[in-house]
Design a protein around this ligand. Structure first.
Ligand SMILES: [Zn+2]
Length: 315
C-alpha cells in the first residue's frame, strides 16, 4: 500500500469511529477526537496502582487500599507481569493462572474494585513501545486521579521497567493524536512512588504517610490469598520454611507470620521516617506500621488537598 493509500484508510477509520462515538461534529480526521473525551464524574476519587507483579501493590499500599475502599474511593490494582516465574517447582503457565486467581481473591478481601493481571512474562519486561501503548490505554480507560508505581532505582528489572513506563505515560496520556483509539485524559494524574529501601541515587522522600495499623487485620486477609508466594516461593527463596507450620496452625499464627515478614517494611518505614511523621503530625504518636509515598515530578503537581485526599484524610 502507498503512503497516500494508508492515510486514506486511517482517515476513513477515524471518521467511522467518530460517528460511532456519537460525535456531533462532522469533521473527518484528528480534530474530531477532542469530542471523544470521557466525561468525568467529579467527586469520586480514582486511585490506580500500576506495579510489576501480582503482590507488589499488596505489600506497598494494601492498607491504604483498604482504607480508601472503605471510604468509597475507586481503587484498582494492575500487575503488569503475570507472575509466572515466582515459584521453585510450579511451571510458568500453571503458575500464571494460579497467581491471577490469588490476586483477584486478594482484591476482593481488600474491597478494591478490580485487580488486573496483564499477560506479560516475569523477568522479561521492557519499557518498550508496545507496553507503553498497553498502559496508556489502560490508564485512559480508568482516568485515575492518582497512580502509584515503583521508582526506577530498584533491584528488580521488572519494577524498574514499570516505573519507567508509568512515568513515560504521565505526559502521553494527554496527547490526543497519540494512540487515538483511546480517549485522552485531560486532567493528568498525580504519580506517586511506593516505598522501597534503595539509597542510590537517594532514599525515598515521603510526601505522604499513612497510618497502616487500623487496616492491618483486613490487609492480612488479602495477603493470605497469595498462597503460592507467602507459603511456597518466598519462604523457599528466603529460607524460612521452618516457620510455616506454626503460621498455618491458626488465624492468629497466620496473621503474626504475615505481619512479621510481610508488614516488615511498614514497621521499618515507621522507624526510619519517625521524624518526618512527628514534624507532619506533632499531635499523633508515630504508629508501629506506616505506608509512605513520594510524589513523582512527571505527573500532575498535587496540592496539599490532593495529597490529603489520597491519604484518606479528607473525602
Ligand atoms: Zn515485584
Amino acid at each position: 500500500m502507498t503512503n497516500v493509500g494508508r492515510i486514506a484508510v486511517v482517515a476513513a477509520g477515524l471518521a467511522v469511529a467518530a460517528c460511532q462515538a456519537g460525535a456531533a461534529e462532522k469533521t473527518v480526521g484528528y480534530k474530531s477526537w477532542s469530542s471523544s473525551e470521557i466525561p468525568r464524574a467529579e467527586g469520586v476519587l480514582r486511585v490506580m496502582a500500576i506495579v510489576a507483579h501480582p503482590d507488589d501493590a499488596d505489600f506497598r499500599m494494601g492498607c491504604l487500599a483498604v482504607k480508601l475502599s472503605r471510604m468509597g474511593v475507586r481503587v484498582r490494582f494492575v500487575s503488569v507481569c503475570n507472575g509466572n516465574m515466582g515459584h521453585q517447582t510450579m511451571m510458568p503457565p500453571e503458575l500464571a493462572a494460579r497467581r491471577k486467581r490469588e490476586a483477584e481473591e486478594a482484591g476482593r478481601k481488600y474491597g478494591i474494585e478490580r485487580y488486573d493481571v496483564l499477560d506479560n512474562a516475569d523477568c522479561s519486561l521492557m519499557p518498550d513501545y508496545e507496553r507503553r501503548v498497553q498502559l496508556v490505554k489502560l490508564i485512559r480507560e480508568f482516568q485515575p486521579d492518582f497512580i502509584v508505581t515503583h521508582r526506577t532505582c530498584d533491584y528488580h528489572a521488572d519494577h524498574r521497567a514499570v516505573g519507567q513506563l508509568v512515568q513515560d505515560a504521565g505526559y502521553l496520556l494527554g496527547v490526543p493524536h497519540w494512540v487515538p483509539d483511546a480517549p485522552v485524559q485531560r486532567k493528568r494524574p498525580v504519580i506517586l512512588f511506593a516505598t522501597d529501601s534503595f539509597t542510590q541515587p537517594r532514599t525515598l522522600r515521603p510526601d505522604v504517610m499513612v497510618d497502616a495499623e487500623p487496616f492491618l487485620e483486613q490487609w492480612c486477609e488479602g495477603v493470605n490469598c497469595h498462597v503460592s508466594q507467602i507459603y511456597e516461593w518466598l519462604p523457599w527463596d528466603s529460607g524460612y520454611q521452618s516457620e510455616l507450620a506454626a503460621a498455618k496452625a491458626s488465624k492468629e499464627g497466620r496473621n503474626a507470620y504475615i505481619i512479621r515478614h510481610w508488614a516488615a517494611r511498614k514497621a521499618r518505614d515507621a522507624k526510619r521516617f519517625a521524624e518526618n511523621w512527628k514534624a507532619k503530625y506533632p499531635d499523633t504518636p508515630v504508629p508501629g506500621h506506616i505506608e509512605v509515598f513520594e510524589v513523582s515530578e512527571y505527573g500532575r503537581k498535587p496540592s496539599a488537598d490532593d495529597l490529603a485526599r489520597f491519604a484518606g484524610l479528607v473525602k
